[in-house]
Ligand binder design. Structure first.
Ligand SMILES: [Zn+2]
Length: 236
């Protein structure tokens, strides 16, 4: 399977057509559709375009709280959502942090995760997979999608961040060192967790928000208030 850049109405996003056919509506949006448009009329336009009855936008905390939505729950804050309810979009806003979608079209069950460095170091991705597993899902049938995030090409970190990851038991593989600098590979850190939990099917958009100025906002590049939309829902 491969990502394609799609345009639907005013919305421009990366998605995998085969998953759309399996009733997993999803997208990693470009900066052409910034997240602040999901208010008022923009929200209604979004719901209409993707045939949704509701959406969940949480106050993101860079933590490790994972919510399960069975029917009507609407959490106000947290960084991951597992959705069993149909027709409801789980939304994560990012501008360098990594958005991850995990799905099993046959159950069906989906989740979406906000994985910045803090959430990643707190193993939010592992916690989400384990919670999905506790709901009865076969982990080896899960498919994971990695959206655009700042890449190891651009994500310079200091030793304090490095030490936090080492304390949490992450391997040296998730870092890149040059003579004068240290870089974090957010995607590798999350892929490591996904693989350790038993997920084999992982698709990466392969896009760096910092490098690709035409397509994405980047916090590090100076976009302090702008975010991309990332969403997933089960077709109702
Ligand atoms: Zn880059």
């Amino acid at each position: 399977m491969k990502f394609e850049l799609k345009k639907t109405g005013n919305w421009s996003y990366f998605s995998i057509p085969q998953l759309e056919e399996l009733n997993i509506t999803h997208g990693f949006f470009t900066k052409a559709s910034p997240s602040h448009v999901l208010k008022g009329d923009g929200k209604n336009m979004f719901l209409d375009t993707f045939f949704l009855k509701d959406l969940i936008i949480m106050h993101q905390e860079h933590g490790d709280r994972v919510h399960t939505i069975r029917n009507g729950e609407r959490p106000e804050s947290g960084d991951a959502i597992i959705l069993l309810e149909k027709g409801v979009a789980g939304i994560i806003r990012t501008a360098d942090c990594l958005p991850i979608i995990i799905c099993e079209p046959d159950v069906p069950i989906i989740s979406i995760i906000h994985a910045g460095w803090r959430g990643t170091s707190k193993r939010i991705t592992q916690k989400t997979v384990r919670k999905m597993s506790a709901l009865g899902v076969a982990v080896n049938k899960l498919v994971a999608l990695l959206g655009p995030s700042i890449g190891s090409c651009c994500y310079e970190i200091r030793e304090d961040v490095y030490n936090m990851f080492k304390q949490e038991g992450f391997t040296e593989n998730i870092f890149r060192r040059t003579e004068h600098a240290l870089f974090l590979d957010l995607k590798k850190a999350n892929i490591e967790m996904l693989r350790n939990e038993g997920i084999e099917e992982i698709y990466d958009t392969g896009l760096c928000t910092y490098c690709d100025e035409d397509l994405f906002n980047s916090y590090r590049r100076g976009d302090r208030d702008k975010r991309q939309i990332n969403f997933v829902s089960l077709k109702g």
